[in-house]
Design a binder for this molecule. Structure first.
Ligand code: HEM
Length: 470
């Protein structure tokens, strides 16, 4: 493996799209990890290109409907959390939780519902019905995810205890017959269902395994990114107050009566939250440990700059390791320090960074680089902004006093965002009430036959948010 460590030389690697191939490595790793047949073969002509094209449905104007659904689902999940506390008569009490598990539970359900739609029965108030399929899936997902670094490293799944049967259970969850019953899947997942249907050579469980791979791609890094985003904000009073003020400012300081709706944070509003975006970029900078791997297609001399080249052989691996850039003190002074406003300059997002006197193009790479960059990156940033905004709006939150700082679990080096290496606890409480004096919710029967009824009238509720809770 040849590691290119100097970010000023990254462009030379990234522009060699043909001789340094990304898909050879990632396709092989994905098919053995998630359990579907390799796609770049004569059995599946054109499939790989169609899959790549489907990624466009995570971007551009398609992002609007993803964002709207995500907001609706985040509120749905957090409301259920509130209702379950209410059922126990402690809705206004402080509740203590493991911060990572909180992020995981909320993001898992909200992301699943946004991408794949609702399995039957999920939209009822029967919290327990909803819980059983979700908890079983999340439980399996966590067990599988714990083994993922070993699978990517090429350890045969048969040597990894129950991992194979856990993977089979998850894959069966995505069986096309089951998915056909789920309502309102995203355009992205719908398009993938249609693509897979065009291939008789793809068995039902192969299709299901592809859907599982997307479940992992959409959550494997996002949950940890939410954890670090929230953890750093809760650890830094200044960051917390500036970012929270920015979010409140978006609503003309209308608190404490904030009516959250599906359209609370439009894309335009999200784009304006630059301190929040900077805080997210900063926590991604500190926690990203991905590797950008390229496989050499033929023996050649890789010219890195006019004075420097390296000879590489067919089959060699050339790697960029962005963490060395993210922690380079020439680029980011005091690189180990969390500075929430590092990416803000003159009231705008800062995009110019220098190493020595030279401006560098690739200074922030949690989503990879070049043509193979993460196709879900815009959705991911939008999800992170939504998750952080809505939790900051809804809750009083504090890290539990007297615990150690969060450490990073380095066993996932190369795979994206590090998860925390220790448990971090926080406490939170919400002050939320249905607005007084309104009618009960009615049901909109015009959708009879189509699944779950929507409400027939508007129902308002309020969150009481205390501004100075730190
Ligand atoms: C903070 C969250 C995320 C991070 C840090 C992240 C990071 C990455 C990275 C580093 C890659 C490999 C790119 C390369 O090496 O050039 C990747 C690939 C990918 N990501 Fe993400 N990702 C995130 C969220 C998402 C989300 C929400 C989705 C939505 C479905 C997604 C879908 C994908 C897919 C499908 C690929 C494979 C692309 C391909 O095969 O060409 N990611 N991601």
């Amino acid at each position: 493996m040849t590691f290119v460590m100097n970010p000023l030389l990254y462009s030379a690697v990234i522009k060699q799209g043909k001789q340094l191939d990304f898909h050879e490595f990632s396709d092989a790793a994905a098919s053995t990890t998630f359990g579907f047949p390799a796609i770049r073969t004569a059995r599946f002509p054109g499939l790989s290109d169609k899959i790549q094209k489907s990624f466009l449905l995570l971007q551009g104007s398609y992002l609007n409907s993803l964002r709207r659904k995500m907001m609706e689902n985040l509120q749905f999940v957090l409301k259920q959390d509130f209702l379950s506390a209410q059922a126990e008569g402690r809705e206004n009490d402080w509740r203590q939780k493991d911060l990572y598990e909180f992020c995981e539970r909320v993001m898992f359900e909200a992301t699943f519902l946004t991408l794949y739609g609702r399995p039957p029965k999920t939209n009822t108030d029967a919290h327990l019905q909803r819980k059983s399929w979700l908890d079983a899936l999340l439980d399996n997902f966590k067990k599988f995810d714990a083994m993922l670094p070993l699978l990517i490293a090429g350890i045969p799944i048969s040597l990894l205890g129950r991992t194979k049967s856990i993977r089979e259970q998850i894959i069966r969850f995505f069986h096309p017959h089951r998915m056909a019953e789920w309502t309102s899947p995203s355009e992205f997942i719908q398009a993938r269902v249609e693509i897979f249907e065009q291939y008789d050579t793809l068995g039902d469980l192969d299709k299901a395994a592809h859907h599982f791979a997307i479940l992992w791609a959409s959550l494997g890094n996002t949950v940890s990114a939410c954890f670090w985003g929230l953890y750093h904000l809760l650890s830094s009073p200044q960051a917390f107050s500036v970012v929270r003020e920015e979010i409140f400012g978006m609503f003309g300081n209308k608190e404490p009566d904030l009516i959250l709706s599906q359209d609370t944070l439009t894309q335009e509003q999200l784009d304006k939250l630059i301190y929040l975006e900077s805080a997210i970029n900063e926590s991604l900078r500190l926690s990203s440990i991905s590797m950008n791997i390229r496989v050499v297609q033929k023996d050649f001399c890789l010219q890195l700059n006019p004075h420097f080249s390296v000879s590489v052989r067919k089959g060699d691996i050339v790697t960029l390791y962005p963490q060395s850039t993210h922690l380079d003190p020439d680029i980011y002074p005091n690189p180990q320090e969390y500075q929430f406003d590092r990416f803000v300059e003159n009231g705008k997002l800062k995009t110019e960074f220098f190493k020595g006197n030279q401006k560098i193009r690739y200074y922030h790479m949690p989503f990879g680089s070049g043509a193979t960059m993460c196709p879900g990156r815009f959705f991911a940033i939008s999800e992170l902004k939504q998750f952080l905004s809505i939790t900051l709006l809804m809750y009083d939150m504090q890290l539990t006093a007297g615990q150690q700082h969060a450490t990073m679990d380095k066993s996932r080096a190369g795979l994206g965002i590090m998860s925390p290496g220790n448990h971090i606890f926080f406490r939170y409480r919400v002050d939320m009430q249905l607005t007084a004096g309104q009618q009960h919710a009615t049901m909109d029967k015009s959708r009879a036959g189509l699944g779950i009824m929507s409400p027939g009238n508007h129902i308002f509720f309020r969150y009481r948010v205390k501004k100075n809770s730190m």
